[in-house]
Design a protein around this ligand. Structure first.
Ligand code: AGP
Length: 616
């Protein structure tokens, strides 16, 4: 799981690669590297110093001579081989005349490496990627062009990947391809435009707004001002063009010290944009873009939600909403489990993949599995034309804008909102939602951005509360009903940002074991807003207080009865109980964000994580 980038052109290639790599660092930052084509000669530079890799790479290439005709770059999240400089991309063939960058996994690399060694190749790294450079070397040695060599080599590899290759013998040319892993290509502006490629669109936004998205097993040949896409067999194909209107500013920090802070504050906008145009004047929901027909959806008798991490937590909220309003049995599964447990699916099952990136391999594969059983497959994604959007029968986009911080915030809230819309839409189609209820609920949905603003305006109070817990190493997060996914999400945010132990539990489950861990000094964070099981929640809080726990509660504004049971309170405005997660999770995001800052940690790039997980 890595980011790749490439550019061909007369000037500016190196600067473009380095800037693009900075935008791709959310995909991993164990190492960074570039290979530059000087016309019949390649130069490679790499650095593997974790979060400092790109800064160090910039120093290494500071004084390289002009005259670069093409280049490829890479930012790595290590899978095969330790995160060392030797294993950093780009990888070279034996002669140093072919360079490759790669995102994904070449599954049969061991067997290929063994064969290559038998024929005299010397492999310098422990990576799966390097075999590809040597395969291309072999093909080119027998007279193939770079493009033909890449196409032939691709026929030998199995797995999921996006890769880009340059060769000293073909100055100014990059050949790239994808299978499952993401890759976009573009053309710069001007008379002799640069040919561009990257793992995602924001990496290239400063240079073009016109992109082409490659299908699996398509190969692109890029030269300045020229682009040709072919199949593996070499047949020329017309790729799908995409015009992007994102502002590059939107992908930058906008005055905040980090992306996460900015993205937390963009949540009211993200929620409002996700609702935009979908609540219609006649008190119905309009989701015309779904691509699955109303008749097909009316026919559904069961829903499965599959997702990972924060997207899974959003899915948990949706289970309550779909069962409550649409009266459809709804199961939710962690995507990496779903695929391997023989789920019972048929053409009347709706499988909903939830993924901000639309690229998470577990969710992508779960959706492919569902299609094999003829289930209707829908994806809720934040990225237009992502791999999942292409696999699914239908797409419901969240409109959160690009999220760069590794920890999901605005995309998580937008996912919950999109899923609530889906629940109400299914209810509308099935006739289980009276018009008066719809009207009332739409009004509550429209209030959500303002309620989130209210919580954000209290950021200093949350920071002060976080300051009381700088010595705490273990947290228990408790919730019931839709407060349970909020507790899980609050715990996940704390874990990934602050590296503190934080476990989320359904509060009713506490007495079945975990309560043994409660002793004086334990810290319990509980979601105690006035949702359906508030009274029972308060009993659970009493149980932990009587055993000496310090209690931090998320409570509704003015609810002194709840506050009386707390050592500290995070206040939130009240809303419709099933929409409460959209509001209640916000102070927990801020709590984790400020606690991480107090511990001096980099909230945008937590250790060991990557924004998009494209390996199993
Ligand atoms: C959340 O903060 C994490 N970054 C992670 O759990 C994430 O939600 C998960 O990897 C799923 O990603 P996706 O939504 O892009 O599929």
């Amino acid at each position: 799981m890595c980011g790749i980038i490439g550019a061909t052109g007369d000037e500016g290639v190196l600067a473009l690669l380095l800037d693009g790599l900075e935008r791709l660092e959310y995909r991993g930052y164990d190492s960074a590297g570039v290979a530059l084509d000087y016309g019949h000669d390649l130069y490679r530079a790499r650095a593997a110093t974790g979060t400092g890799s790109l800064a160090d790479l910039r120093k290494v290439v500071e004084n390289v001579p002009a005259g670069v005709t093409a280049g490829i770059g890479h930012t790595r999240w290590a899978t095969h081989g330790h995160p060392t400089e030797t294993n950093a991309h780009p990888h070279l063939d034996c002669s140093g005349k072919v360079a490759v960058v790669h995102n994904g996994i070449i599954e049969n690399w061991r067997e290929l490496a063994a064969k290559l060694r038998e024929t005299g190749h010397v492999l310098a790294s422990d990576t799966d990627t390097e075999v590809f450079a040597h395969l291309v070397e072999e093909e080119m040695a027998s007279g193939s062009s770079l493009a033909n060599a890449v196409r032939s080599s691709l026929r030998e590899v199995r797995g999921a990947f996006a890769l880009a290759v340059i060769a000293a013998s073909e100055p100014g040319t990059i050949v790239a391809a994808r299978r499952v892993s993401p890759l976009v290509v573009g053309m710069g502006d001007g008379d002799n435009p640069m040919g561009l490629l990257a793992s995602d669109i924001p990496a290239l936004l400063g240079h073009t707004r016109r992109f082409w998205v490659l299908d699996d097993d398509q190969v692109v040949e890029l030269r300045p001002g020229q682009m040709r896409v072919t199949t593996l067999a070499g047949k020329v194909v017309e790729p799908t063009e995409l015009q992007v209107d994102w502002d590059i500013e939107a992908a930058e920090k906008g005055g905040y010290p980090d992306f996460m802070g900015k993205e937390i504050h963009e949540q009211p906008r993200a929620v409002a944009d996700t609702l935009l145009g979908r609540l219609l004047a006649d008190d119905t929901i309009g989701l015309d873009e779904l691509r699955i027909t109303p008749d097909d959806l009316r026919d559904i008798d069961k829903v499965f939600i599959v997702a990972c991490g924060s997207s899974y937590h959003a899915g948990l909220v949706a289970k309550y909403a779909i069962e409550r309003w649409a009266r459809l049995p709804t199961e939710i599964d962690i995507a990496s489990e779903f695929r391997y447990r023989d789920p019972v699916l048929d053409e009347r099952t709706l499988v909903v993949g939830v993924s901000q990136s639309g690229e998470t391999i577990d969710t992508l594969q779960a959706m492919s599995e569902a299609r094999q059983w003829n289930a209707k497959v829908l994806v809720i994604s934040n990225v237009v034309d992502s791999s999942m959007a292409r696999v699914a029968d239908g797409v419901l986009y969240t409109h959160a804008g690009p999220e760069v911080g590794v920890a999901s915030t605005k995309t998580h809230l937008s996912q919950i909102v999109a899923l609530e819309l889906l629940a109400l839409y299914l209810a509308q189609l099935r006739g289980t939602l009276p018009a008066a209820d719809a009207r009332r609920l739409f009004g509550k949905l429209e209030e959500l951005p303002a309620l989130i603003e209210t919580v954000l305006a209290r950021e200093d109070d949350v920071a002060a509360v976080a300051g009381q817990f700088t010595k705490t190493r273990d947290f228990f997060f408790l919730g019931r009903h839709v407060g349970f996914p909020v507790a899980l999400e609050g715990a996940l945010k704390l874990k990934e940002l602050s590296y503190l132990r934080a476990e989320g539990y359904p509060a009713g489950e506490l007495k079945h074991g975990p309560i043994a861990l409660i002793e004086p000094g334990a810290v319990v964070v509980a979601v105690a807003t006035r949702t359906r099981l508030w009274e029972k929640m308060m009993s659970n809080i009493a149980e932990v207080r009587s055993r000496g726990a310090t209690v931090l509660l998320v409570a509704n504004d003015g609810d002194e009865e709840t506050a009386a049971e707390a050592d500290a309170v995070l206040w939130v405005p009240e809303t419709e109980p099933l929409f409460a997660p959209v509001v209640d999770v916000v102070p927990l995001q801020l709590f984790a964000y400020h606690l991480a800052a107090l511990h001096g940690l980099d909230v945008d790039r937590p250790r060991n994580l990557a924004k998009t997980v494209t390996v199993e």
